[in-house]
Design a binder for this molecule. Structure first.
Ligand SMILES: NC(=O)c1ccc[n+]([C@@H]2O[C@H](COP(=O)([O-])OP(=O)(O)OC[C@H]3O[C@@H](n4cnc5c(N)ncnc54)[C@H](OP(=O)(O)O)[C@@H]3O)[C@@H](O)[C@H]2O)c1
Length: 321
């Protein structure tokens, strides 16, 4: 079968489309025929840094059809449409950019019939991240206000849609006029430009929940716009200095530092299957709609790796396998 692998860390050019043996499922695993996969920034960052096990097949998210199941599997059978994520973590040497993958059932959920393989793959890692941030960490409530930084990104566009479904007021930031229109369609009540020098003054109400992927840039800003008792959830960003510790204390804020990858790599966290099932159910009901900016083939994986870190686009990049 074909797999997009790398044998050393480096530029996108280290990715190679290779012929490898088809894997065999162990007792608690499924063999899935992958139909679609999406790319996330973590796939490209891991390729740059070098994962624990090499060679590594790239890709975390997948959607496909169960080909066969291990002897101990009871919850799935061959022919099931499934979706999963978490293959980027060091727990796995395989990834999703290959024709067949063996996966444990704790990272897999059923894919509803009405959700295409491409949309399932697009919703997986980004959707679980948005769900974990807004539901599990922030506990966003109906009468609350939520601010999502970067509302047209892979995670951001799903977080805006989830926030619009859960809460009264969703505020987001974007970079272009086209993105402003898209974020409004995703359900944002207020769309601001992240490069506006008056951004903080444009937020005209205290915000209960803030979802931040550039915490080194925005922690001071987040504290400034927070309501008393606000929750700031950060899922990415570098180390950095910030101002506002005194103000944050006086507002009784909580800072949630989360990593969706824990769900795939630690046995003491929720299984990925649970939040992923919830996300896919919302996609099936039309509550959230993952956007596919561009579709690729496996031999274009290096271009996907370049684009995910360098280009600006709305939603997700998907590969059809
Ligand atoms: N911890 C976790 O569990 C977890 C899970 C998923 C992702 N992540 C990380 O979270 C980050 C985002 O992931 P993603 O998949 O959403 O990436 P993405 O699809 O590349 O989206 C990033 C978004 O950030 C926007 N942006 C750029 N500059 C900004 C600024 N100054 N202020 C606000 N927004 C800005 C971009 O807008 P433009 O298009 O205008 O540039 C884009 O919409 C990545 O670092 C990723 O590795 C972490």
């Amino acid at each position: 079968m074909r797999a997009v692998r790398y044998h050393e860390a480096g530029a996108p050019s280290v990715l190679e489309l290779e012929a490898v043996d088809r894997p065999t499922p162990k007792g608690d695993e499924l063999l899935v025929a992958v139909r679609a996969a999406s790319i996330n920034p973590t796939d490209a960052k891991r390729r740059q840094w070098g994962p624990k096990h090499l060679p590594k097949t790239t890709g975390s998210d997948f959607a496909g059809v169960v080909e066969s199941v291990g002897d101990h599997v009871t919850a799935f059978e061959s022919g099931d449409r499934v979706c999963g994520t978490g293959l980027h973590t060091d727990r796995f040497q395989q990834g999703s950019f290959q024709e067949y993958v063996t996966v444990p059932t704790d990272i897999v959920a059923m894919l509803p019939d009405s959700v295409s393989f491409k949309r399932g793959a697009a919703a997986a890692l980004a959707g679980v991240t948005a769900w974990r941030a807004l539901v599990d960490h922030a506990g966003l409530e109906p009468a609350e206000t939520c601010f999502v930084h970067g509302g047209t990104g892979g995670v951001g566009h799903l977080a805006v849609q989830l926030s619009a479904a859960l809460s009264t007021d969703t505020i987001t930031t974007v970079g272009t006029e086209e993105a402003e229109r898209a974020a409004t369609e995703f359900g944002a009540d207020t769309v601001l430009r992240y490069d506006d020098p008056e951004l903080q003054e444009s937020v005209d109400q205290p915000v209960d929940v803030i979802v931040d992927h550039r915490i080194d840039e925005y922690l001071g800003f987040d504290i400034g716009i927070s309501a008393f008792g606000g929750r700031i959830v950060q899922y990415a960003g570098e180390d950095g200095d910030f101002e506002g510790a005194r103000e944050g204390r006086s507002k009784n804020l909580s800072l949630h530092m989360m990593n969706m990858s824990n769900l795939a790599s630690r046995s003491d966290t929720t299984n990925i299957s649970e939040p992923l099932s919830s996300v896919l159910e919302l996609v099936a009901r039309g509550v959230i709609n993952p956007q596919i900016h561009q579709n690729y083939s496996l031999d274009e994986a290096a271009e996907m790796h370049r684009a995910i870190l360098e280009d600006s686009f709305i939603g997700k990049l998907v590969v059809t396998v």
